[in-house]
Design a binder for this molecule. Structure first.
Ligand code: PEP
Ligand code: MG
Length: 841
């Protein structure tokens, strides 16, 4: 008999019934998406196994989700790897949002075509909302379409009737603003928020669906920046859940919409690899000399079976609670937000319904708590590693870390009790975030790992601890004997196995000098940046907040050369109001002071930094799309409102407005017209200065035509380099080549300066090149008038200018313009940096 707490699911097809374990695809057989069964079809029409709403129909027609009014959600997936068919062979008969009856036809498919062109025709029916069920038909039986197959047990509290809740509800589709999709931290934020609602909630992508309360399931969706997602919810507070969670997704789930975080590998890659040097990628900069300590994690032995499943459940629950307390201590001790968030995400994993379900299910089957937990975490981490995503593979490490933490507690093993010698350079296949956070920095001088990436949590923690670190080393490193003296040069991504004593001394000396130099530069930060032969250059700050403006002024900034106004617009669900903008710009103008320039760059967002409240089409090449001034001119109201707020905030004498991504004269003219209109409407007698960023080669090459129509130029070398060299500025494998010291970029800077000076206009550089001490003599020599640099580097850049001779810089600039490559330019500049520094000490 079927009670109100039970629901029968009908066979969606005719065919042979198989257990999920027989499906040759770990995504399904691991049951991470949900438990269920598989049918090898003999019919060609997929039918609804229950009544409900179509919560997701993939555009390729090969998969469909139905949410019942009681919150039960079932995913039907026809064939394996059928997404690759791009819709061929499938005819959907229903639409997303449509209500369907049990047994109603959903998708027609051409079995012959699919069998020939895809990996398999095996069709999955998965209960993704996690209810337990009893099979009504034995495996390997032939079933008819519409025949009852599974009896679902609905949770007492979760069982809600149609009267109480109404039908399942769907949110509007939205694009993910997160630079790296919903990886661990934003996924944790979303799962946490979803858990605050009683409704059953699912997150859908074009390819798949996940329980929105499961961090692991969200991460397994493998979303990327710009993916279209929507939510479905069923239950008493479904509407509130959809509203709150859609807002959260739009705001990036607590994460900014900046460009993906990719650490640059070393800038100079040696042409030949010496055998006594092992290479990796810099995870945390610095250098250290010390002795090798191999970190080998012993495998934990666990018994597979246990007699008393009640006791095992309790054991696992206790260890999970203890692990959570341990992680809370790490959160409380953490010195920075990034560290805190890592351990918070680990706490989330401890409560993940997906993981817990797997583990408790195994305990019910007679396995020990330790075995069940180990199997659940290992299976999921293997799955993450096998999905072909670098970011998910890195997150697998977090999962293993949490797995070990709980396991050690269950086995009564002490955590990270490692006896270390002084100056230890730790070598490991992989360090976990927990191991890294627990390192004794009095003993550990740095570390090198085979696994991990510059974006891994271990790298973030290493930077927070100030430990030099390299990851992505060759496995050869694991063969080094304990005690071997090594020199870790993280900045160069090198581990020197037989470091010459001179090299060790040199790096030691360099570190000591850098330290002293920083101290001295700071003391002299208030002095002007004037070369030895009297050439003055302005050193100002790149800022994106009031706090940075205040800090910059205490570090000797002579104004703000670039206010990235995007910070006011990102990470929110509606545009900043006029008053809010005025309050922020005015506070920054006050901090900068009436005697210094304030250069406010108008909104520079677009396909790579989308705004939740400015819907945009997905772009294949967002860096070549509706970015910067193009977007603002297409939505002039956004620009008008920003200009009005800027004009109301500062004294015109020192206010400069700068337009990003300009490539056409017409863009400058249209923006000027909008500016003049606003000034007139506000009754202003004086206009601010108006300038453009030179960050597109077209603008640099036509600088002679732009110059008469602007008050100033500021060169954005970050974008100018990416567009000149046709190398994505965030591409990890091109990072070492996308070098702003490439002679092609330097020639465009020279062209710009020449054109500007011919018309009596000043030129600044606000791209990252201006913050490189190595580049200062070249930029000075090319005639640049202002360097706008990242705040902490202001004292160092000013000090570097004071060491130089302008006439020598001019000769140097002419020389490097004739070189062939960035490597050659660096090779010329490098020696100039050292002797001058040495002279000082
Ligand atoms: C640049 O492109 O160099 C620049 C300063 O702008 P952003 O880095 O903000 O794109
Ligand atoms: Mg730019």
């Amino acid at each position: 008999m079927v009670t109100s707490q039970q629901l029968e699911l009908l066979a969606p097809l005719a065919g042979v019934l198989l257990a999920l374990d027989q499906v040759p695809d770990p995504v399904f057989s691991s049951r991470l998406i949900g438990d269920g069964l598989c049918i090898d079809p003999t019919s060609q029409v997929l039918c609804a196994p229950l009544a409900g709403v179509i919560s997701n129909l993939q555009h390729t027609g090969h998969a469909i989700s139905i949410t019942g009014d009681n919150g039960v959600q079932v995913l039907l997936h026809v064939g394996l790897d059928t997404v690759n068919l791009g819709g061929k062979g499938f005819t959907p008969l229903v639409e997303t949002g449509q209500r369907v009856a049990a047994g109603q036809a959903l998708i027609e498919f051409d079995a012959d075509y699919i069998a020939l062109h895809a990996r398999s025709l095996l069709t999955l029916m998965l209960v993704v909302s996690g209810e337990s069920f009893a099979p009504l038909v034995p495996g390997s039986d032939l079933v008819e379409s519409g025949q009852p197959l599974l009896r679902l047990q609905l949770a007492e509290t979760g069982a809600v009737t149609e009267d109480q809740t109404g039908a399942a509800q769907l949110s509007a589709p939205q694009r993910l603003p997160n630079p790296n999709g919903l990886h661990a931290r934003p996924a944790a934020v979303l799962a946490q928020a979803a858990k605050g609602f009683a409704a059953t909630i699912h997150l859908h992508t074009a390819q798949s669906s996940a329980n929105a309360k499961s961090l692991v399931a969200i991460m397994a969706l493998q979303t990327v920046h710009g993916d279209s997602v929507h939510l479905s919810a069923a239950g008493p507070d479904a509407r509130q859940a959809l509203e709150a969670l859609s807002g959260l997704l739009a705001s990036g789930c607590g994460e900014g919409g900046s460009a993906p975080v990719v650490e640059s590998p070393p800038l100079v890659v040696p042409a030949e690899v010496a055998t006594d040097v092992l290479h990796g990628v810099c995870a945390s900069s610095g250098s250290a000399f010390g002795q090798v300590v191999q970190m080998i994690e012993s495998t934990l032995e666990v018994a597979e079976f246990a007699a008393d499943s009640g006791r095992e459940r309790a054991r696992l629950q206790q260890s999970l609670a203890d692990a959570s307390v341990g992680l809370q201590t790490l959160c409380d001790k953490a010195s920075g937000t990034a560290q805190r968030e890592i351990f918070k995400a680990h706490q989330e994993l401890l409560e993940d319904p997906g993981l817990l379900e797997q583990a408790f299910e195994l305990i019910e089957q007679g396995k020990s708590a330790a075995f069940a937990w180990q199997s659940a975490t290992q299976a999921t981490s293997q799955l993450f590693k096998g999905l072909g995503s670098r970011l998910l593979a890195e997150r697998a490490l977090d999962l293993e870390d949490v797995g070990q933490r709980v396991l050690k507690l269950m086995l009564g093993m002490p955590d990270n009790a490692l006896e270390l010698p002084d100056h230890a350079i730790l070598i490991a296949e992989q360090l976990t975030p927990s191991q890294t956070a627990a390192l004794d920095t009095r003993k550990v001088a740095g570390f090198a790992t085979v696994g991990g990436g510059a974006t891994s949590h271990v790298a973030i923690l290493a930077r927070a601890l100030g430990l030099p670190a390299i990851c992505g080393m060759s496995p050869q490193v694991l063969a080094l004997a304990n005690g071997t003296p090594v020199l870790l040069d993280a900045d160069a991504g090198q581990l020197h196995l037989q470091p010459a004593p001179e090299r060790i001394k040199q790096l030691d000396l360099q570190r000591a000098r850098q330290h002293e130099r920083r101290h001295r530069d700071l003391q002299q930060a208030g002095l002007a940046a004037c070369t030895r032969d009297g050439q003055r250059i302005e050193v100002s700050a790149n800022i994106a907040s009031l706090a940075e403006a205040e800090e910059a002024m205490t570090l000797g900034a002579e104004g703000v050369g670039l206010l990235r106004s995007e910070f006011l617009y990102l990470e929110r669900s509606n545009a900043p109001s006029h008053d809010e903008q005025v309050a922020t710009y005015s506070a920054i103008a006050r901090a900068v002071g009436a005697e210094h320039n304030l250069v406010v760059r108008t909104l520079d967002v677009g396909g790579d930094k989308p705004l939740a409240y400015v819907p945009m089409e997905h772009e294949t090449n967002p860096f070549l799309g509706m970015r910067g001034i193009r977007l603002c001119l297409e939505r002039p109201q956004l620009l008008r409102e920003q200009l009005r707020a800027i004009l109301a905030s500062a004294d015109m004498a020192r206010l400069h407005i700068m337009l990003p991504m300009v490539s056409q004269l017409s863009e400058l003219r249209m923006a000027r017209q909008l500016l003049e209109e606003q000034a007139q409407l506000m009754g202003l007698k004086q206009l601010p200065k108006l300038g453009i960023m030179i960050e597109v080669p077209a603008a640099a090459l036509m600088a002679d035509l732009f110059a008469p129509e602007v008050d100033f130029f500021s060169i954005g070398t970050n974008d100018l380099t990416q567009y000149t060299l046709a190398m994505d500025r965030d591409h990890p494998r091109l990072a070492s080549q996308a070098d702003s010291l490439h002679p092609a970029v330097l020639r465009l800077i020279a062209t710009t300066v020449k054109a500007a000076h011919a018309h009596g206009k000043w030129v600044g550089v606000c791209g990252a090149l201006a913050s490189e001490t190595l580049a200062v003599p070249v930029l000075l020599g090319l005639g640049v008038d202002e360097l706008s640099v990242s705040v902490p580097l202001i004292p160092a850049i000013k000090a570097r200018v004071r060491e130089l001779d302008f006439t020598e810089c001019q000769a140097l600039a002419q020389r490097v313009l004739g070189l062939e490559s960035a490597e050659q330019v660096r090779a010329v500049l490098q020696p100039l940096q050292q002797p001058m520094t040495e002279l000082e000490y």
